[in-house]
Design a protein around this ligand. Structure first.
Ligand code: EZ4
Ligand code: CO
Length: 405
């Protein structure tokens, strides 16, 4: 069996996705997600010009060797574009191996560790009341864990919340130039305690609560926030501060017992090695697409397991259903799986392009026993929905200084 062709598709069913199809001489093919939000065409060019030609003729079963060839074998390591390309090839090869074996990928990883995958859903509101109305609706649908985001009074736009009331799914697509947002830590601190105070009063103590700070705070501000929210018993705070300096989390950790989660932008184990090894975080949020695929995420999960760190994979709308499927197989296997972020299955166009087999019951996702990853890609439907240049927003402080988005 050998790799005969590698095709790269970019389509926009509401937002852009880069999809890789690895085709073998037997007709069996595998699919991978290579979407890097706002940098899609860089990955397309990288895959077509620098990755695909090296793999034609190779045995698709040599997943580990191909991963090492593309990572260790290359002088230029790491980076989101490079790792998303490696990730997509890796997912496609696991998909192929599963199809050849007639087994779902989770069986190849070691089988099921649990019945289903617990999800956290998003409640994003224009006001605290609006956020909690949405949270109540999600709880009545069966979700046991909810991420709460609420607009910050006095700021134009708040991360995760939409002034124009469009779907969050569309938030990150179809913008020809980067929009700008503003940030004030002081205004945020005036809102955030009240959000969780009212949340516990209205939603009770049982529901698991999460909040995404989206890296807007300095480490000492995150420490203060973690301490302030301790009484509301969060499952975790997501991306409290940036950790380009991994030691930033020592500052946070020495002040608060609010659990910390980070990693959605990380590309390798090296980006979170100290955070995990020093037990500075509680959940590692790496995504299969952005951190080198299933081979890499399995290694990170195993490393994390010996330091009491659980996995909580990123689940935003810019990860395609192929990535969600890869996460599902990892989640159902990983002994140290924590929780999966979930924003729904997207619009009708998206569901027409990507046919997946994940179902949700009572806040839990179920993985099917279809061989491989269990996703199909409709090339004709994708062709009708061409790429549109789009960007994530850029953030500024009220005095105009560029800040973390
Ligand atoms: O902003 O995926 O937890 N989810 C997030 C996302 C990210 C986008 C960036 O591409 O933080 O909404
Ligand atoms: Co996040």
């Amino acid at each position: 069996m050998f790799i005969k062709d590698i095709k790269v598709f970019v389509c926009s069913p509401g937002r852009n996705f880069v999809t890789v199809k690895v085709i073998t001489d037997t007709g069996i093919f595998g699919l991978g997600d290579a979407t890097v939000n706002g940098r899609e065409m860089a990955v397309v060019a990288f895959l077509q010009e620098h990755v695909a030609p090296c793999l034609i003729g190779r045995n698709p079963h040599d997943i580990e060797d191909i991963w090492q060839y593309l990572y260790r074998g290359v002088y230029w390591r790491k980076g989101p574009i490079n790792m998303a390309a490696i990730a997509a090839i890796d997912m496609a090869l696991w998909d192929i191996k599963g199809k050849v074996a007639g087994l779902p990928v989770y069986q190849l990883l070691g089988g099921k560790s649990r019945k289903g995958v617990t999800l956290y859903a998003h409640a994003n509101g224009e006001s605290i009341t609006d956020t909690l109305d949405k949270a109540e609706a999600l709880i009545s649908q069966g979700f046991k864990a909810i991420r709460l985001q609420s607009a910050i009074p006095g700021l134009k736009v708040t991360y995760g919340v939409l002034g124009d009331k469009k779907d969050y799914f569309e938030l990150q697509g179809n913008r020809p130039l980067p929009p700008e947002e503003d940030w004030s830590t002081a205004k945020y601190f005036q809102m955030i305690d009240e959000l969780f105070k009212q949340a516990r009063a209205r939603l009770g103590d049982e529901v698991q609560l999460v909040h995404d700070v989206h890296s807007r705070l300095t480490p000492i501000e995150s420490a203060k926030l973690g301490k302030m929210l301790e009484k509301y018993n969060l499952l975790f705070l997501e991306d409290a501060s940036m950790a380009e300096n991994q030691e930033n989390y020592r500052v946070i950790r020495q002040h608060t017992t609010t659990p910390m989660a980070i990693g959605e932008t990380y590309n390798t184990l090296w980006d979170c090695k100290d955070l995990i090894q020093e037990q500075l975080i509680d959940y590692i949020r790496v995504a299969a697409t952005h951190a080198g695929g299933i081979t890499s995420l399995r290694r990170i999960a195993d490393f994390a397991s010996i330091f009491n760190v659980k996995t909580a994979p990123h689940g935003a709308p810019d990860l395609s259903p192929i990535c969600l499927a890869a996460h599902m197989h990892l989640n159902i296997w990983a002994p140290n799986f924590g929780i999966q972020e979930f924003v729904g299955f997207g619009n009708e166009q998206l569901q027409a392009v990507f046919k997946h087999s994940v179902t949700v019951e009572n806040g839990m996702a179920m993985v099917s026993d279809e061989p491989g990853l269990g996703v199909d890609f409709d090339e004709d439907a994708a062709k009708e929905l061409p790429y549109k240049r789009s960007y994530l927003p850029v953030c500024r402080l009220e005095d105009g200084t560029v800040w973390n988005w």
